[in-house]
Each structure stands twice: as C-alpha cells, then as structure tokens.
Design a protein around this ligand. Structure first.
Ligand SMILES: [Zn+2]
Ligand SMILES: [Zn+2]
Length: 381
C-alpha cells in the first residue's frame, strides 16, 4: 500500500453509511444492503461498483470484529498497516483479502436460506400485447380519421371463466412435486431444487380440463375496436389501447393493443415533420414578369404571388397551411419551391420571339459559385 492511498482512504464508518456508535445489527444491515447494490454479478463491467463492493467488504470485515473495530477506533487505518505508533498493535500488516470469502459466505448463505423452499410460481400470467398495422391515406394522417378494426385475440373462456377447469372442478395438487412447485435432487454433496416440469412450478395441475378451451382458460375471439386517429400522426406513430390485447392467463391482467400507423405517399406533397413541401413548375415569362398562381392545398385553393425576377429554386412559405401538430395547437407550413421549366418543344413563332428576345439580352456566361447562386434565390420570401 502506498502512502498516498493511506491518506485518501475513506473512513470505514462512512463507507458503510453508519455512525461511529452503530450497533452490530446496524452494521450488518447496512453492509448487506450495499453489498447487494454493488455486487459484481449485478454490475457487470462496472469497475466503480466493484471498487465500492470491495470497500464495503473491507470496512465490514474490520468493524464486525470487536477487537479490530476497537483498534480501528483508536488508530484509524494505521491500525492495520506496518509502522504504527505503539508496538502493541496486534493487527499490523494483516491483509484483508484472506477471509473475505468467509464473511461473504456467512452473510449471503443466510440470505439465500431465508424464504428457501416452497416458493411456487404463479399460474397467473399477463396477456400478450397485440399489434395491428393500419395504413392511412396521406390526408387521413393530416386530418385524423375514425375507423373500426376487427382483431382476433385470446379472451377468457366463457365456459370456465378463465379457470381452465371443467364446471364445478378445481385444479388438483400436482403429483410430481406434491404441490411444492419444486423438486429436489441430490448432486454430489448438495441437494438442488428444480422447478417441477409437470406443473411448471405452480404446484397444481388442471385435472378436469374445460372442454371449450381444453384447460387453457382462453379462447380466440373476434373483437371490433373503434380506432380514433388524431390529426397530425406520422409514419410509425403508435396508438396504445390499454387492456385491449390478449387476456391474461388464469385471471392475469390483459395485454395492450398497439395500432401502428403507416401513411401512404401523396401525389405531390412531401412531409418534413409538420411542414409540407412541393415543387411548382413555372414558365420563364412567369418567372421574369411575375405571376399570380393558384395552388390546390390540402385545405382548398391558395394563391401564390410570384414576384418579377424570381429565380428558379426560390421557395415560398405559406404559413399554417401544413400539418396540425400532434398533441398540441398550431400547424406546420406549406413550402412551395418554384422551378423555371425550360420548354422542350417550341413552335416557329415562339422560336422567333425568343430569338428576338435573346438579341436584346446580354448574359454573362461566366462561372459562379453554388453559394452565390443560392443567395440569389432568396430562400423563403
Ligand atoms: Zn374454458
Ligand atoms: Zn409439480
């Protein structure tokens, strides 16, 4: 042990979180709690927890021994290292690691024996969760929709009310384990307990099974549920219906039903969160001279004013024409990007007009950077 380590070594009482006057029982209780908390089995690959676990064990090893505790109270950590003032120190140089296992064995052996034997598994089980996939039209996701769905699920058997036993009969004590739920067998020097295979550890078996459910206590049934999809849902939004999944076994709680939504694509709107995006082609004269255009939004026609000299790629934002926010007020925006369409076919007259126009225009065909071009578009007017 180095000198530095000695200086910074934590007080044993502090390690265990007890006062200097703590009784043996208090020490034990506190150590047991901390050892459980920091046990390496419960904290795999956690060096910090392992350190705590070692520190607690060391502190408990000293404080649980009346003689060592008295020495520690008098000399502190120095009581257990070489070169302690006072030759009468009987513990100088004694290592701690030697009998850690013994202490640990004592404490935890005790714990494992508590409540040992006769612990039975419960027959009662929670029902499984169910998933129902529902495809929505684009508009249904935006505005919400109500729809009835039919699901097939396990429900408690009506004949036996979920008990699994024929009318008037009760489950019988398991003959495999005598109702204990566990069978013991000898392995070397040890007697080992194993879950009874015949009753799955429940201690009982269904001797006279219900004819309707063959003792399962459950029956598959069809069930209709009204699903209310709120406005603004997205791809993979899940709606949970608590207790609408499969019934629990033998009186256990029912599972939940999850309706998982998928949304079909729109002809031209794309969603980005609650904003809608689309591209609107315009002609070169419309871009150059300006224009007023009608656009069919999800909520009816809207007007977009294209100003004179609009560059291709410029985006126009129509506030509040997007998708309603799910679970809150307000809506996203509609963003329309205009693209100047170059005519692929011209008639003779158009070609002549363009030639005349071209002669009046001077275009600088010099390269420019992408960034400068983007600036010219003045995104979001
Ligand atoms: Zn039944
Ligand atoms: Zn059994």
């Amino acid at each position: 042990m180095s000198a530095t380590a000695n200086v910074t070594k934590e007080d044993f009482y502090e390690v265990l979180g007890v006062s200097r006057e703590a009784s043996d029982q208090e020490l034990k209780t506190s150590y047991r709690r901390l050892a459980m908390q920091y046990h390496p089995d419960r904290n795999p690959n956690n060096p910090a927890a392992e350190e705590r676990f070692k520190a607690c064990s060391e502190a408990y090893q000293v404080l649980s021994d009346p003689e060592k505790r008295a020495a520690y109270d008098r000399y502190g950590h120095a009581a257990f290292q070489g070169g302690v003032p006072g030759a009468g120190n009987p513990f100088a140089g004694a290592g701690f690691q030697g009998d850690l296992g013994d202490i640990f064995g004592d404490l935890f052996g005790e714990m494992f024996n508590m409540g040992g034997g006769g612990r039975r598994a419960s027959r009662v089980q929670r029902g499984r969760d169910l998933r129902f996939d529902m495809a929505l039209e684009f508009e249904e996701a935006v505005f919400g929709v109500e729809r009835e769905i039919e699901i097939r699920r396990l429900e408690a058997c009506e004949e036996c009310r979920g008990t699994g036993s024929a009318k008037g009969k009760a489950p019988a004590t398991c003959t495999g384990c005598g109702g204990r739920g566990q069978v013991r067998f000898q392995q070397g020097f040890f007697s080992v307990a194993k879950t009874c295979a015949r009753c799955s550890g429940t201690g009982t078996t269904i001797a006279d099974p219900c004819a309707a459910c063959r003792g399962e206590g459950l029956q598959a049934k069809k069930h209709t549920i009204a699903v209310k999809v709120p406005a603004g849902v997205e791809q993979e939004t899940r709606i949970r219906y608590q207790g609408e999944g499969e019934a629990g076994r033998f009186g256990g709680p029912a599972g939940d039903l999850y309706v998982v939504l998928s949304v079909k694509a729109h002809k031209f709107f794309e969603r980005d969160g609650d904003d809608l995006h689309c591209v609107l082609p315009i002609s070169f004269p419309q871009a150059a001279l300006g224009a007023e255009l009608q656009l069919e939004t999800l909520e009816g026609p809207a007007t977009i004013r294209i100003p004179e000299g609009t560059q291709s790629g410029r985006a126009f934002k129509l506030r509040g024409k997007g998708v309603p926010h799910l679970n809150s007020r307000g809506k996203g925006d509609l963003i329309v990007e205009v693209r100047v369409a170059t005519p692929a076919k011209l008639n003779k007259e158009q070609r002549e007009l363009l030639r005349q126009l071209s002669e009046t225009m001077t275009v600088e065909n010099t390269p420019t950077s992408r960034g400068l071009l983007e600036k010219m578009k003045e995104i979001f007017s």
